[in-house]
Design a protein around this ligand. Structure first.
Ligand SMILES: Cc1ncc(COP(=O)(O)O)c(C=O)c1O
Length: 398
């Protein structure tokens, strides 16, 4: 059955980490991997989560199955976090949320749901996007296309190109948008652009699907849902949330898929089918990560600690962006990198070519994904000078 298989291609990002782990050079720096690191280079467990763990242990929680969409308390907490408790969507009870295994699980449930109950629409990704979007939606058998997004020449969004492309779409299309902290470019639409995109949706009727993997890491927990809120009046919308980064729950596979309908009844109708999709895929979600999130969000004191922790992550990322730009300037590079401070979240396109990326890895043990995407959270006060010096050496050799 399997003798004729060709070797599977390695995952471009996880493969880089494998090479990094094997590298014996002590000065090595990993700017490729997609996890948050603190100023000491660790991926920490949040204090709020540690406290929630203690409480759950004391509460002696049962390990009985959860319902297909997970615990109702989790769904409500996530709904309020994503849409805002005072939003029209929540006030009108037009959303339903299912707990999924991570953000990837949410996207995969969305993909299968669309394939079976959405009439197999075409899914449109930003060019470029998180590489796994292709894998997830292709696995569900959906046709995939891309709309212009990143403009290498201006280091900004090609908004005119994006609008021109989306204007040609209709009700048989799904537009996947990064709600904030676009991965890999770090470029997010501003308030006016979100409004213009929502207006396009009204005119052309495509289905908005938001990937919300970095809530709180862009401009703040509430401002980061600005794009989603701009689409509040869309007749239907899907939001895939991940709590891997903003709760540090990577290996607890904690995410959610929210469906918004035009009415409460429409939301119930669609959600019934979404539950069937889940039942056939993994039956019901793993409980522990969701219980931790529910505990943190449900207790005002713990929630305040968590908010501070998210705010601190965001501040550290912004600080490292500035330190990088200052450091590169100090190295006397004849190139303006100030755009790095105008981008949001962990990722940025550095503007480095693949030849630069290879030279940085071979000569300086600095690991960056092909295409030049860097994880700013891999920069620390201890390695920023080394990174700037190495980048300067490579650029000056051009
Ligand atoms: C844009 C984007 N979407 C989804 C995910 C998946 O998140 P999770 O690890 O929770 O599956 C990631 C993770 O890196 C991401 O960057």
């Amino acid at each position: 059955m399997f003798e004729k298989l060709e070797p599977a291609p390695p995952d471009p990002i996880l493969g880089l980490t494998e090479a990094f782990n094997k590298d014996p050079r002590p000065e090595k720096v990993n700017l490729g991997v997609g996890v948050y690191q603190d100023a000491t280079g660790r991926t920490p467990t949040f204090d709020s989560i540690r406290e929630a763990q203690k409480r759950l242990l004391q509460a002696d929680v049962s390990m009985n199955y959860l319902p297909i969409p997970g615990a109702p308390a989790y769904a409500n907490a996530v709904r309020d976090l994503v849409f805002g408790a005072d939003s029209r969507i929540v006030q009108d009870n037009r959303s339903r949320t299912a707990h999924t295994p991570g953000g990837t699980g949410a996207l995969r449930v969305a993909a299968d749901f669309l394939a079976v109950h959405g009439g197999r629409p075409t899914v449109w990704f930003s060019q470029p996007t998180w590489p796994n979007h292709n894998g997830v939606f292709e696995a569900a058998g959906l046709p995939i296309q891309s709309y212009p997004y990143y403009d290498r020449a201006t280091q900004g969004i090609d908004f005119a190109g994006m609008v021109a492309c989306l204007s040609r779409l209709g009700p048989k299309d799904v537009v996947l948008m990064h709600a904030c902290c676009h991965n890999p470019s770090g470029l997010d639409p501003d308030a006016e652009q979100w409004k213009a995109l929502a207006e396009l949706q009204r005119k052309h009727g495509f289905l908005p699907l938001f990937d919300f993997a970095y809530q709180g890491l862009g401009r703040g927990l509430e401002p980061d849902s600005e794009g989603i809120r701009a689409f509040s009046d869309a007749p239907a919308m899907l939001v895939a949330s991940s709590f891997s980064k903003n709760f540090g729950l990577y290996n607890q596979r904690t995410g959610a898929l929210s469906f918004v309908g035009q009415t409460s009844e429409a939301a119930d109708l669609a959600f019934g089918h979404l539950k069937r999709t889940i039942r056939a895929m993994y039956s019901n979600p793993p409980a522990y990560g969701g219980a931790l999130v529910t505990t943190v969000l449900g207790d005002p004191a713990l929630r305040a600690i968590w908010r501070e922790e998210v705010d601190a992550m965001r501040a550290r990322i912004a600080e490292m962006r500035s330190a990088l730009v200052r450091g590169l300037e100090a190295e006397g590079i004849d190139r303006d990198f100030s755009y790095l401070t105008e981008q949001y979240g962990m990722f940025s396109f550095s503007g480095l070519s693949d030849a630069h990326v290879n030279a940085l890895r071979d000569r300086f043990a600095i690991y960056i994904v092909k295409g030049g995407r860097i994880n700013v959270a891999g920069i620390t006060p201890g390695n920023v000078a080394y990174i700037c010096k190495s980048v300067a050496t490579v650029l000056k050799a051009d």
